[in-house]
Design a protein around this ligand. Sequence first.
Ligand code: NAD
Length: 371
Amino acid sequence: MKVLVTGGAGFIGGHTVELLLARGYAVRVLDALLPPVHPSPAWPIWLPNAVERQQGDVRDRAALAAALRGVEAVIHLAAYQDYLPDFSTFFHTNAVGTALIYEIAVAERLPLQRVVVASSQAVYGEGWYDCGRDGPQYPPPRPREQLERGEWDPRCPRCGAAMRWRPTGEERVDPHNQYALSKYTAERIALVLGARWEIPSVALRYSITQGRRQSFTNAYSGILRSFTLRLLTGRRPVVYEDGQQVRDYVFVEDVARATVLALEDPRLVGRAWNVGSGRPTTVLEYAERLARYLGVDLPPELPGLYRAGDTRHIVSDISAIRALGWEPTADLDTIIADYVEWARQQPALQDHYDTALRTMLASGTLRRVGG
Ligand SMILES: NC(=O)c1ccc[n+]([C@@H]2O[C@H](COP(=O)([O-])OP(=O)(O)OC[C@H]3O[C@@H](n4cnc5c(N)ncnc54)[C@H](O)[C@@H]3O)[C@@H](O)[C@H]2O)c1
């Protein structure tokens, strides 16, 4: 079977392509090789030679149609991911690009046996909490005045009491930003049009994915990159809020396995699935484990900064996909080791955090407690 992987020259794409080849699939990649992931418009050197390459944009109908002809399945990973306020770009790339796959498949009667669409844990917004008094709650984004006072945890929207965060299942979404909205739209396009036009489709909501070859230049690639670069260049990692925010870090090879499972197992068709570690980790714990692994004594800095619109705690409940036999295999130390050993081999490591910090403060993306 030949599989088209859009965004196959990216981080998750590269690992997925390797697994597909190992399992005997023929693979074609459509990738626009866009910055910041690709600082130069060249194919990454690690992309296996066996991959058929097509440089092109998923928003370009002719390029996408050419890529779709002759394949039996699509893994759709190409996406715009950033924190920038160019809202329409998120929808053009993530929603329109997805709709075009179905438009072309229907118009040309392409024999697609599966479309797997990458969605995100971001669709859950603040996720769900249990209020001892009022039961399950889905809090809205934390108000700016609350964050300016340095009060980090969401309060019960009904009674104002403290609540307990809970792992988030797939039932209810509440996208809070342009990226999350565009991802949720993409998965609805895939699942609704897929069912209507008999193109078996699956959406996967990945948690924060980590591992080797995670871009150094992509702001979206998160704390593993930014903390590692700080620590390897002798600086303390900068932690936002109080560092007690809980996250769900999943290994990229586990994500690639789930993605290939969605391609192969018909039981996944027709719905969205969480793909995460199911394991809560605080940002502070992450920074400490990373420093321990690197053998450096550089404790995190907590300068009283917060990111506007950030989620406080989010961990995916992965019991649904687990029940089908998929398990995350890598613990946090394995993820850290995999990335750090790769990062150490990269030439001219540079930490651009101080410049990024100034830009984020100037644009209001990052704010100080006290206003
Ligand atoms: N990495 C994560 O933590 C994470 C978490 C949740 C969801 N996801 C989703 O998983 C998918 C893959 O993420 P990733 O981390 O590998 O991202 P990445 O940025 O490393 O790779 C994305 C690839 O898509 C390509 N691309 C971007 N826009 C394109 C366009 N318009 N046309 C063609 N190619 C284009 C880029 O050049 C890049 O090679 C994305 O859909 C992302 O939204 C990722």
